[in-house]
Design a protein around this ligand. Structure first.
Ligand SMILES: Cc1ncc(C[n+]2csc(CCOP(=O)(O)OP(=O)(O)O)c2C)c(N)n1
Ligand SMILES: [Mg+2]
Length: 568
């Protein structure tokens, strides 16, 4: 018989679920767990803010599918986790949130005398998928199973467990522990029925103008190949949603950018639309004017979550399933239905409209010769230096729009953005999480200077951990995205002026290599310098403020419709 602590038992449970990383700040209440991580080959990555710990877990998951755990001490550390946890909930990111707690004699309820007393279960309950305490050593494996089952039911998300210090320190007999492998206590799924697949295949095979819309869920489920095989089989247009930017290659011959007249026409003319892994939220402009008549247009939606079904567009067929098994099944049945590829004339027509429109919208930017640096042209240079094999993490307001338009096409799971909650500041920590999960790949964070300020201290975490993350801060000195409304309605700005920050100098103090660029002709060399750096590197890019403000009108209006509903 050997005695192990609650902390060690918890580590065993986490390892059994594939957890390889724990993010957080140490405290005595979790020391029994921290003391055992190395032995189980779990890497502890200390952070400078607990919310960033959750964003690191987010970057790791989005790029690899791996789940991580995050820690908060009783009171403040746990409170600090909350913004990260809310972001993860919105983004469908599974995370094991572990909050430490005092001995039960002084909490639940916490009297005013309890230092750092916070009844955390009540604080976390509304923001996680599931929350519960572990009140004895014996119940650790069982409660962890409940938590992991909840995490993987439907759309993944954060789950919360709380452990009072005495349970972490308690010991029990190793021999009495029976840990179950994931497949022994939960099942994969949900899966489509054969009847659903046949119905979907019939609709698509019989369609005159089928199109496919690919959302972020395609990336999460690893359904990219199956999706493209369906597109190739039907030879139909494919539109990527904003959140699903890396789910389809932007340079695929059937690709259509979703926010322009090419895709609008394709959506309007189509008789059967297959939507996979997307809620068709307001970012996907689900308004009638951009779609066909719903009485003639059949919509097939594949989503892991029943709650996302038919929310904005009426369905002909909803399939609650993980995208991979649904699309693989659909592909198989489509082949037996002898679906014929379309001639390609429609796709050509849409693409030509899209190409012309794009050229016109962005002509003035391409012709732009200063003064200073245009953020869009800077994005192009970043793409030129870092290429299509890198992982890109975009953060910020207008900066992230330029990134979406001008960074290159990427591999699946390789373009991260914050698209449901839109939490600024996730970029740098997410990039760190992405780098931990993909040590051999370049990870580049492009960030607005507002966004960068939230978690810039994590560049020091990157330096300490020896992680070669490259961060480019677009430092025009403003919360630019908030400016147009002020200017339009009040003829002046208020509060959007941010002041000047020399991010390169801050970065130097944090132990990073640093570069400052204020002339376009110096940018490429600085980026190459960052790429060659032996540790994390920061490029402070002084961009032209007016250029950052000048989003092409039509695109600006589309974004206004995201908030205000359809106009005109
Ligand atoms: C945490 C948080 N606070 C506020 C907002 C609202 N918001 C959206 S974009 C934006 C401006 C972002 O500025 P910056 O990161 O510098 O990018 P820029 O628009 O200047 O390119 C703000 C304040 C938000 N999305 N997240
Ligand atoms: Mg800015």
């Amino acid at each position: 018989m050997s005695e192990i602590t609650g902390g060690e038992l918890l580590v065993r449970c986490l390892v059994g679920e594939g957890v390889r990383f724990v993010f957080g700040i140490p405290c005595p209440e979790v020391d029994p767990l921290l003391a055992k991580l190395e032995q189980y080959e779990v890497r502890f990555v200390p952070v400078r803010h607990e919310a960033a710990a959750v964003h690191m877990a987010e970057g790791l998951y989005k790029t690899t599918g791996q789940v991580a755990a995050v820690l908060g001490n009783p009171g403040p550390g746990s409170a600090n986790l909350i913004p990260g946890v809310i972001t993860a909930r919105h983004e469908g990111v599974p995370v094991v949130v572990i909050t430490a707690q005092h001995r039960l004699a002084i909490v639940y309820p916490s009297p005013p005398s309890t230092f750092q007393g916070q009844d955390q279960l009540e604080v976390f309950k509304p923001v996680v998928k599931w929350s519960g305490p572990i009140l004895s050593w014996e119940r650790i494996p069982e409660v962890m199973r409940i938590a992991f089952r909840e995490m993987w039911t439907g759309r993944p998300g954060p789950i919360h467990i709380e452990i009072p210090a005495p349970v972490m320190y308690a010991t029990g007999d190793d021999a009495k522990v029976r840990l179950l492998a994931p497949a022994q206590y939960r099942a994969a799924g949900p899966r489509p029925s054969e009847a659903q697949l046949e119905e979907a295949a019939r609709m698509l095979a019989g369609a005159k103008r089928p199109i496919v819309i690919s959302g972020g869920g395609v990336d999460r489920a690893g359904a990219n190949e199956a999706l493209l095989a369906i597109v190739d089989l039907l030879n139909c247009p494919v539109i990527g949603t904003i959140a699903g930017r890396s789910s389809v290659p932007l340079d695929h011959p059937n690709f259509l950018y979703g926010y322009g007249p090419g895709a609008d026409l394709a959506r309007r003319e189509s008789d059967v639309i297959l939507v996979a892994g997307s809620r068709m939220g307001n970012l996907d402009i689900p308004y009638d004017k951009y779609w066909g008549d719903p009485t003639n247009q059949k919509l097939i939606q594949v989503d892991i979550d029943q709650r996302n079904m038919g929310v904005t567009r009426p369905l002909a067929l909803g399939i609650v399933s993980d995208a991979k098994s649904a699309l693989e099944g659909l592909l198989r049945v489509l082949k037996t239905e002898r679906a014929r590829p379309k001639g390609g004339a429609d796709t050509e027509r849409y693409r030509e409209i899209a190409r012309k429109w794009w050229e016109e919208r962005f002509a003035s930017i391409m012709a732009w010769r200063g003064p200073g640096i245009h953020p869009a042209l800077a994005m192009q240079t970043i793409g030129k230096v870092f290429g299509s094999d890198s992982i890109y993490v975009a953060d910020g307001g207008n900066t992230s729009l330029w990134a979406a338009w001008f960074l290159p096409s990427t591999k699946p799971r390789s373009y991260l953005n914050i698209l449901e909650l839109g939490m600024l500041g996730t970029g740098i920590p997410s990039a760190i999480g992405a780098k931990l999960g993909n040590p051999a790949r370049e990870v580049v964070c492009v960030s607005g200077d507002g966004a960068a300020g939230f978690n810039f201290m994590e560049m020091q975490s990157a330096a300490r951990e020896g992680l070669k993350v490259r961060t480019v801060v677009f430092a025009e000195g403003s919360w630019t995205m908030e400016e147009p409304n002020e200017r339009m309605l009040y003829g002046r700005t208020f509060g959007t002026e941010m002041g000047t920050v020399r991010w390169d100098r801050v970065a130097e103090g944090l132990g990073c290599q640093s570069f400052y660029v204020d002339r376009m002709e110096d940018l490429e060399a600085a980026l190459k310098g960052a790429k060659a750096s032996d540790g994390p590197a920061v490029v402070c890019l002084k961009t032209n403020r007016d250029a950052n403000l000048a989003i092409p009108m039509e695109l600006g209006l589309r974004f206004a419709e995201v908030y205000q509903g359809p106009m005109g």
